[in-house]
Write a protein that binds this ligand. Structure first.
Ligand SMILES: CC(C)(COP(=O)(O)OP(=O)(O)OC[C@H]1O[C@@H](n2cnc3c(N)ncnc32)[C@H](O)[C@@H]1OP(=O)(O)O)[C@@H](O)C(=O)NCCC(=O)NCCS
Length: 216
């Protein structure tokens, strides 16, 4: 479609709804796959994890609510407004989530979000999942820009963003309301054609080595 300013949609409508949500392979025997109704227990477990509740502002009331949320993920795929994957071993339980919120096919943009259950953390999985999803969203789906936002008080998420190729673009003041009050927000983004890893460091964040530079 071409809008009144004469600009074509970046991604034509129907490119998500017209196909099934794909399974995306990750290294080390992991994959990104659509959430299933029988993942409700893991989704509820995530909502009970203090770090996920805190940083993802994620709440699930009970198993029925978890199943409703999983059904809504599939509705959002069909509506082309969201795309959410479970991080799992083939035929294994969900151990994390990575996804796109606020998908805007016409404008070519979306926001990437992620969390891992405690047992899946500390092995570079979030970086590989974010890179893999960025590759799908930018190269296969055809979006132009993915943003990634987090509180500066969450340095692990900042490292994931930076290591997965999401360049730090600035700090938005008082932008996220958490349980303990307003937090500033780091804005990172990855634009089509960016490399898999950012150069340099993020202001105000500790300098760390660059282990786990491998592919997804
Ligand atoms: C953030 C999260 C997704 C990171 O996933 P992960 O795969 O476990 O990431 P890792 O443990 O491999 O660490 C990623 C990087 O953060 C660094 N890191 C981990 N904990 C850290 C901390 N407390 N302070 C500073 N850096 C930290 C690691 O050293 C690593 O850096 P490197 O890439 O330079 O080696 C995971 O910890 C999580 O789900 N946390 C709770 C929910 C959350 O924060 N969600 C994000 C909301 S924006």
């Amino acid at each position: 479609m071409i809008n009144s300013a004469g600009i074509s949609d970046v991604v034509p409508a129907g490119r998500m709804a017209g196909r099934d949500q794909p399974v995306l392979g990750l290294s080390a025997g992991l994959e990104l796959r659509p959430w299933r109704a029988d993942d409700a227990g893991e989704l509820l477990g995530a909502a009970r994890d203090p770090a996920i509740r805190r940083w993802n502002l994620f709440t699930v009331a009970d198993p029925a609510d978890a199943r409703t949320r999983i059904a809504r993920m599939h509705e959002r795929w069909r509506a082309e407004t969201g795309a959410v994957w479970a991080v799992a071993r083939p035929d294994g339980p969900a151990t994390g989530l990575v996804g796109l919120n606020d998908v805007d096919l016409a404008g070519g943009a979306a926001e990437i979000v992620y969390w891992l259950l405690p047992e899946a953390r500390g092995a570079g999985v979030a970086v590989r999942a974010a890179r893999r999803l960025a590759r799908w969203a930018l190269d296969d789906l055809g979006l132009h820009r993915l943003r990634l936002c987090h509180s500066p008080a969450n340095p692990a998420s900042c490292r994931v963003a930076h290591t997965a190729g999401f360049t730090y673009e600035g700090t938005q003041r008082s932008a996220l309301l958490h349980a303990d009050g307003w937090h500033d927000q780091h804005l990172h983004a990855r634009v089509a054609g960016d490399p898999d890893r950012c150069a340099g460091t993020v202001p105000g964040q500790p300098v760390r080595d660059t282990r786990r530079a491998g592919s997804p």
